[in-house]
Structures are given as structure tokens and as C-alpha cells.
Ligand binder design. Structure first.
Ligand SMILES: [Zn+2]
Ligand SMILES: [Zn+2]
Ligand SMILES: [Zn+2]
Length: 135
């Protein structure tokens, strides 16, 4: 029975790699449904949570509070610049943030501090389109 769950999870992982940028569980589930894999939404949620826990996927909260996932290109700790219009994602390092987070935690006597810092904005292409639409 464990076998069956493994292929479903692998299929979710593949779909996540094929997606460009961050996607929600619903979006991935819709893709998998179109391929008639028979994978349920609950399984997609579980698979994504598992991948995120292993560090094989990034997860973050969208500005509207939805959980989004992405297969990560970089290994280890990093940050993201995300276009809120098209989902384009750039993986970035942020040495200033690392220093600030460590110093702030230490100042308050915290150890094992972690942080999540992602920047949402409009990418160049979307900003240009927005300008054009505005006239
Ligand atoms: Zn990433
Ligand atoms: Zn964009
Ligand atoms: Zn950091």
C-alpha cells in the first residue's frame, strides 16, 4: 500500500517542477486532474507539505493568505522575489537580512532563530504591461 502513495507523491513532485513559479495545491490538483491521474486534493496537500518539510520544495503564504509551493532551484536557505501578477520567482541571497535576523534574535536572547523573508512585487514585464493598460 505504501507503494501507491509513493507514485502519487512523485507525480506531485513532477507537476511542481513543471510549474513555473509558486502554485497553490488547487492549481496543481487541477493540472493532475486534467491528466486523469486520479490523485485527490487531500493527497496533493499532504505530498506538498511533505516535500516542503524535506526542503525539496519552498512554501510561502501569498498576500491573500493562500499556501503556495515551488520546487526549489537553490539548495539551502535563501529568499525569493516573487511577481504577484505572473508568479515569476527569482531566488536571492540576502546577507544583510541574515545578519540582522541573527543580531536581533541574540539581542532578545533567542537561539535557533529562523526567518522567512520573501519580497512580492511586479516583475519588469508585468510593470510594463500595467503601464500600457493604464494608457
Ligand atoms: Zn527557493
Ligand atoms: Zn510578472
Ligand atoms: Zn535568510
Amino acid at each position: 500500500m505504501a507503494q501507491r502513495k509513493t507514485w502519487q507523491r512523485e507525480r506531485v513532485r513532477e507537476a511542481l517542477s513543471d510549474a513555473s513559479g509558486f502554485v497553490s495545491a488547487q492549481t496543481l490538483h487541477a493540472t493532475l486532474r486534467d491528466e486523469e491521474t486520479g490523485i485527490g486534493l487531500a493527497t496533493v496537500y499532504r505530498a506538498l507539505a511533505g516535500l516542503a518539510a524535506e526542503g525539496a520544495a519552498d512554501s510561502l503564504q501569498s498576500p491573500d493568505g493562500e499556501a503556495l509551493y515551488r520546487a526549489c532551484v537553490s539548495e539551502g536557505h535563501h529568499h525569493h522575489l516573487i511577481c504577484r501578477s505572473c508568479g515569476l520567482t527569482v531566488e536571492i541571497e540576502a546577507h544583510d537580512v541574515e545578519q540582522w535576523a541573527r543580531a536581533t534574535a541574540e539581542r532578545h536572547g533567542f537561539t535557533r532563530a529562523e526567518h522567512i523573508v520573501d519580497i512580492f512585487g511586479l516583475c519588469e514585464t508585468c510593470a510594463r504591461e500595467t503601464e500600457r493598460d493604464a494608457g
